[in-house]
Write a new protein. Structure first.
Length: 197
């Protein structure tokens, strides 16, 4: 004799949870993008002008930077939604830890914006109409000016390396999360090995 089981109530995931997942997905996409930008930027800056793929690498670097700024805009929009929903229900506890976390994350967002902007400044200082997004020439943000090339180069270099230092601080502050994600990755890779008879 079978007994009727009560139907399980199917609930939709909360919007905050969904937005948080979107934020985390964008976080990892952008982390990967900034890693590629940093490595490609360091590599291409050392290439001699005669290397045939140098210009293509610069175009790729600039395209990825523009794409990352689009991701950043989307990420800020989602973050503001999450904050609005979270803090209109309950204001944050203004502790020392809260201020520390908000200060670090605000700094990271400023650097995520400043690194590509200083890159635009450097590119536009050399010549106009040279920042491309998948081949599409973008309008200049700064006027061409050979006198500012040195300032632009230094600002892009130092802002990028300061950003890297803040990323290391962020990684250290989130060490438990980093370790947990590393374990997940190792377990995932172990499970991907083919089973031998």
């Amino acid at each position: 004799m079978s007994t009727l089981q009560p139907a399980k109530k199917i609930t939709a995931p909360s919007r905050i949870n969904s937005a948080f997942k979107q934020l985390m997905s964008l976080h990892w996409v952008m982390a990967g993008s900034y890693l590629v930008l940093f490595v490609s930027g360091s590599f291409m800056a050392r290439l001699p002008r005669e290397v045939f793929f140098r210009n293509s690498l610069y175009d790729f670097h600039k395209t990825l930077a523009v794409l990352t700024m689009a991701f950043l805009t989307l990420r800020i929009f989602i973050l503001l939604q999450v904050w609005w929903k979270k803090y209109t229900k309950r204001p944050p506890k203004l502790s020392k830890q809260w201020f520390k976390t908000v200060s670090l994350h605000t700094s990271l967002y400023i650097f995520m914006w400043a690194v590509p902007i200083t890159g635009f400044f450097l590119s536009n200082s050399y010549k106009s109409d040279n920042v491309k997004f998948f081949g599409l020439i973008l309008p200049d943000l700064f006027p061409q000016n050979n006198a500012t090339i040195g300032i632009a180069r230094s600002s892009h270099f130092w802002v990028a390396y300061t950003f890297l230092a803040f990323i290391l601080l962020h990684t250290a502050s989130q060490w438990k999360v980093v370790r947990a994600n590393y374990r997940r990755l190792v377990n995932f890779l172990k499970n991907q090995r083919p089973i031998r008879d």
